[in-house]
Design a protein around this ligand. Structure first.
Ligand SMILES: Cc1cc2nc3c(=O)[nH]c(=O)nc-3n(C[C@H](O)[C@H](O)[C@H](O)COP(=O)(O)OP(=O)(O)OC[C@H]3O[C@@H](n4cnc5c(N)ncnc54)[C@H](O)[C@@H]3O)c2cc1C
Length: 470
């Protein structure tokens, strides 16, 4: 299977890795591909710092290592073992969730947690401790990982689990690829009866109504999320379509017929995306569904991965790329913070096509740097328009910070060291587990010394902890 961001093209020429948002654009000194678990490079001998890279479905710079080495792990894609009684799967870390679904859905198994695209690797799912539509029921991906093998740059291969090397286990889950290279991982799948989902779409006209439907749905529905229109203004704050679903339990349904994905063949000109086109799109999408409530049985693919039906959709944002901004704020602050955030976005005149609203439940994330925590989470896409976009997101950071929330590193390309260190107070504890040879563009930025920070005064160790090699 090809996912577009593999680093070798048909002539076997190594390409420069880029992230999904294509911002920032960086150059690596070298791309080192890894093919076999028993033929591993001597990472300590490589010139410069290294960072694993799988399918580049991270939006910003957490999967990039400017000026350093990118370790392409996407060729480590073999199944190792599967226990049909317990659902325990052991596989190499470069295998994608798409490949796992293709093999195991027909045998009656599904992923414990899945993001909005299936083209991510198991290693990437662990390194960002990803979340899905079932966070309120199942927590993050890391909650289902039983063990993995981690290659450190000194050649050590550590078996990590809640029992062995347990602190390294906690550091690597959500550890942004900085603790070493995950070679293989084991995690538990869940049984399903067929590949279909019983799905409801419910239109809502305000944030209050979203909260009502969400509260009523959490107990009975495994999967929930909403598409939202945030440009409506007024006291309703937003409107949207609430989507919820459960695995279908019928034994009579036909196997799923495959549909070929479309692709975006060219970079769209940036003038095509502006707040007017976003408003027009929102209007059409919101009214596409005429009745307030629609019930359907659909295959898992369009339910979980509607965006995967258009390959390379990032090209719609043009050559300059785009930034995704995802934050979580505690429920207590939900209304107030959302009002401020949406007002700031409206003032900026920027629009977001793909705005997704969800609630996180209270299942604790296992990683030291995991992002999910109880609260309201909103993800927005903004075409990159230079300083204007960066200033907007900086202002949003301040509101999120004041609300006691956090911004998601997997989607970030610009948050300041000060913001990161406040969002993730566990970062100092985590730093002790970073492999001295590993680094990323993201890590160097967010571990820079924060000026005038009371926290950092007199602690020279905190000077660019992530940058000890370069
Ligand atoms: C359309 C779309 C929808 C998305 N929806 C969601 C969502 O609903 N929830 C969510 O949480 N995320 C979501 N994401 C983000 C995505 O799930 C994460 O960024 C994921 O980590 C990407 O995985 P990847 O395999 O492409 O890894 P990359 O982006 O290539 O790398 C991600 C990180 O993993 C590290 N890494 C990769 N492989 C290894 C390895 N073998 N060993 C050690 N470290 C490794 C890299 O160093 C990097 O830090 C979405 C992304 C897209 C494009």
């Amino acid at each position: 299977m090809e996912y577009g961001l593999r680093l070798m093209d048909s002539q076997n020429i190594t390409k420069q890795p880029h992230s999904w948002g294509r911002y920032p654009k960086v150059k690596h000194s070298q791309v080192q591909s890894i093919y076999w678990r028993n033929e591993l490079p001597d990472i300590a001998q490589l010139k410069g710092t290294a960072l694993p890279f799988a399918y580049g479905r991270s939006y910003g710079d957490s999967c990039l290592n400017e000026g350093g080495i990118s370790l392409d792990v996407s060729h480590l894609q073999r199944f190792i073992s599967f226990d049909e009684k317990t659902g325990l799967l052991r596989c190499e870390a470069g295998i994608s969730l798409a490949e796992i679904l293709e093999v195991l859905v027909p045998r009656g198994w599904f992923l414990p947690v899945s993001p909005g695209t299936k083209f991510v690797s198991v290693g990437g799912a662990i390194a960002n401790d990803i979340h899905g539509k079932n966070h309120h029921r199942s927590g993050t991906f890391g909650c289902h990982v039983t063990c993995f093998e981690l290659l450190r740059s000194n050649g050590e291969r550590l078996l990590c689990s809640p029992e062995h090397n347990s602190e390294m286990f906690r550091a690597t889950i959500g550890g942004l690829g900085l603790t070493g290279l995950i070679l293989w991982a084991e995690f538990r799948l869940k049984p399903i009866v067929n590949p279909y989902i019983d799905m409801d779409h419910i239109r809502f006209a305000s944030l209050d109504e979203f909260f009502e439907i969400s509260a009523e749905s959490d107990a009975d529905y495994e999967y929930t999320m909403s598409w939202v229109d945030i440009l409506i203004g007024g006291k309703n704050l937003c409107r949207g379509i609430f989507m919820r679903g459960n695995h279908n339990l019928s034994r009579q349904l036909e196997p799923v017929k495959k549909r070929l994905p479309l692709a975006v063949p060219i970079d769209f000109p940036s003038f095509m995306l502006n707040s007017l086109s976003v408003k027009a799109f929102n209007e059409l999408y919101y009214h596409k569904q005429v009745p307030k409530r629609v019930h359907k049985i659909v295959s898992y693919d369009p339910f979980f991965y509607p965006l995967d039906s258009i390959h390379d959709w990032y090209r719609m944002y043009g050559k300059r790329g785009f930034l995704q901004y995802q934050f979580v704020i505690p429920f207590e602050e939900g209304h107030h913070a959302m009002r401020e955030i949406l007002a700031r976005i409206r003032r900026s005149g920027e629009g977001s096509f793909l705005t997704v609203l969800k609630t996180f439940g209270d299942i604790a994330s296992p990683g030291m740097l995991s992002f999910p925590r109880p609260g309201l989470t909103l993800a927005l896409d903004f075409a990159y328009d230079g300083q204007k976009t960066l200033r907007l997101l900086e202002d949003l950071d301040h509101i999120v910070l004041q609300s006691g929330g956090a911004v998601y590193p997997a989607k970030d390309a610009r948050m300041s060291a000060e913001s990161f260190q406040a969002f993730f107070p566990g970062w100092k504890e985590f730093s002790a587990y970073v492999d001295p040879k590993f680094s990323s563009s993201f890590w160097r930025r967010v571990t820079a010394v924060v000026p005038d920070s009371v926290d950092n005064q007199g602690d020279p160790e905190l000077t660019r902890i992530g940058d000890t090699i370069r």
